[in-house]
Write a protein that binds this ligand. Structure first.
Ligand code: RTP
Ligand code: MG
Length: 145
């Protein structure tokens, strides 16, 4: 299969509470759209324990798990489904690496994020990391899709 024959994909993007609080939701959506991806669903909401426990199940037991869940409940989250060929890896590339201090300039985390001396890395966005994660996360955040 050549690259252009790849089927279109969907990914779950979250603008985390730090991004919403800092007024960066529009800038982050602008970058997703400017890259050429289509917005399928966009919803501002407050995440509860159930959705966050399911969303971050892979991290349960890690030292940053509890601070991460507390951070994710600290304010509104913008939940987004974006669509396009190879959008899962494409958005991860737009986001940059996990640590915003060292994420490459040009990426969302590299351009807009930094270390604030807090307990958990506040790195502005989440993006699904595989087709399996994307399917699971989209079903979790947008059961009607
Ligand atoms: P995400 O899931 O949010 O897209 O980020 P990611 O794949 O780059 O990072 P992941 O390893 O899945 O971790 C999820 C989120 O947990 C916080 N984290 N803090 N050592 C730490 O303090 C630490 N490690 C991870 C970050 O907010 C990360 O995005
Ligand atoms: Mg992850």
């Amino acid at each position: 299969m050549t690259q252009t024959d790849a089927p279109t994909e969907r990914t779950l993007v979250l603008v985390k509470p730090d991004g919403v609080r800092r007024g960066l939701s529009g800038e982050i959506l602008r970058r997703v759209e400017a890259k050429g991806y289509t917005l399928v669903a966009v919803e501002l909401r407050t995440a509860g324990d159930d959705v966050l426990a399911a969303h971050y199940a892979e991290h349960e037991g890690k030292p940053f798990y509890a601070p991460l869940v507390d951070f994710m409940k600290s304010g509104a989250v913008l939940a987004v489904v974006a669509e396009g060929h190879r959008v899962i890896e494409g958005f991860r590339s737009l986001a940059g690496t996990t640590d915003p201090t060292t994420a490459a300039p040009g990426t969302i985390r590299g351009d807009l994020g930094r270390d604030w001396g807090l307990k958990v890395q506040q790195n502005l966005v989440h993006g699904s990391d595989s087709a399996e994660s994307a399917a699971r996360e989209i079903a979790l955040w947008f059961p009607a899709l």
